[in-house]
Ligand binder design. Structure first.
Ligand SMILES: Nc1ncnc2c1ncn2[C@@H]1O[C@H](COP(=O)(O)OP(=O)(O)O)[C@@H](O)[C@H]1O
Ligand SMILES: [Mg+2]
Length: 249
């Protein structure tokens, strides 16, 4: 579904991403891991058009999407959620998702919206909230949600854009063990129920091993291993890349 070939990007003399190749299959959870500074976020920025690559190509469903704008990619079904949550804290949970639906449908904010249309948007928003386990919390502000539930809201906002593939940069960062479990189960559930494809950068190697169908390991800008979790766990180069050997998970 997603194909990255020979993609590279330097900052000054530093090869942040160096001739990277990998492929993501439909309905897979595909993780990108590697030590800090390995180039994972830069790789995401290259895939999502945030920065242009120096060499290489990105394909989505056979379409060359290299350097497309995020807006255009969203319309095609490739959506990125952010490490820093993209939620509007002062708005209600329902309003947050309604906003995403409005942006998808290019519905403006004039005071003269027909009432029925507002209702259709809100009904759809409520469905996405129910999908991520936020039914019953529509009318609290996002700020009132616990950290883990704010991430669930972030995912509902992503779903409202009708994605086929979701890219997530460290979705579990800064979360309690319980919240990590909740979000991990949510990602697995969405893959099962909607056939969604996920590309996830994540530091929690234990969770990565449990969630992923396939893992690409980066170090110093390059791919050093690519395969299913069992293979990655036993890979010597990968173990060396993680100095503390925290691959027990
Ligand atoms: N905009 C930038 N300007 C200069 N150097 C950058 C920039 N973005 C990232 N880098 C460098 O590129 C390397 C890879 O960074 P990054 O992609 O953020 O790694 P990761 O997400 O794997 O921790 C790092 O050495 C980082 O300092
Ligand atoms: Mg990063």
């Amino acid at each position: 579904m997603l194909g990255v070939s020979n993609i590279s990007k330097s900052f000054g003399g530093l090869r942040a991403v160096s001739d990277v190749n990998f492929e993501v299959e439909k309905s897979n959870i595909h993780s990108i891991i590697g030590p800090n500074g390995a180039g994972k976020t830069t790789l995401f920025n290259l895939i999502t058009g945030a920065i242009p690559p120096e060499t290489g190509q990105v394909k989505f469903d056979q379409i060359d999407i290299t350097s497309w704008t995020p807006e255009r990619l969203t319309k095609l079904g490739l959506v990125r959620t952010f490490q820093r949550t993209s939620v509007f804290k002062k708005l209600t949970v329902l309003e947050n998702v309604s906003l995403a639906i409005r942006s998808r449908e290019n519905i403006g904010f004039t005071a003269w919206q027909p009432k029925w249309r507002e209702q259709v948007v809100q009904d759809e928003a409520a469905e996405f909230l129910s999908t991520v386990g936020l039914a019953g919390r529509e009318y609290v502000t996002a700020a009132q949600l616990a950290h883990g539930l704010q991430r669930a809201l972030d995912i509902a906002i992503g779903l409202a854009l009708k994605p086929r593939l979701i890219l997530m940069d460290e979705p579990l960062a800064g979360m309690s063990k319980g919240d990590r479990e909740t979000i991990g189960s949510l990602i697995l559930g969405l893959r099962e129920s909607m056939g969604l494809t996920f590309v996830v950068v994540e530091h929690d190697v234990g969770m990565v091993m449990r969630l992923s169908d396939r893992i690409t390991v980066m170090q110093q800008g390059a791919v050093i291993a690519d395969g299913p979790p069992d293979e990655i766990r036993d890979n010597e180069a990968v173990r060396r890349a993680y100095l503390k050997g925290d691959f027990a998970g």
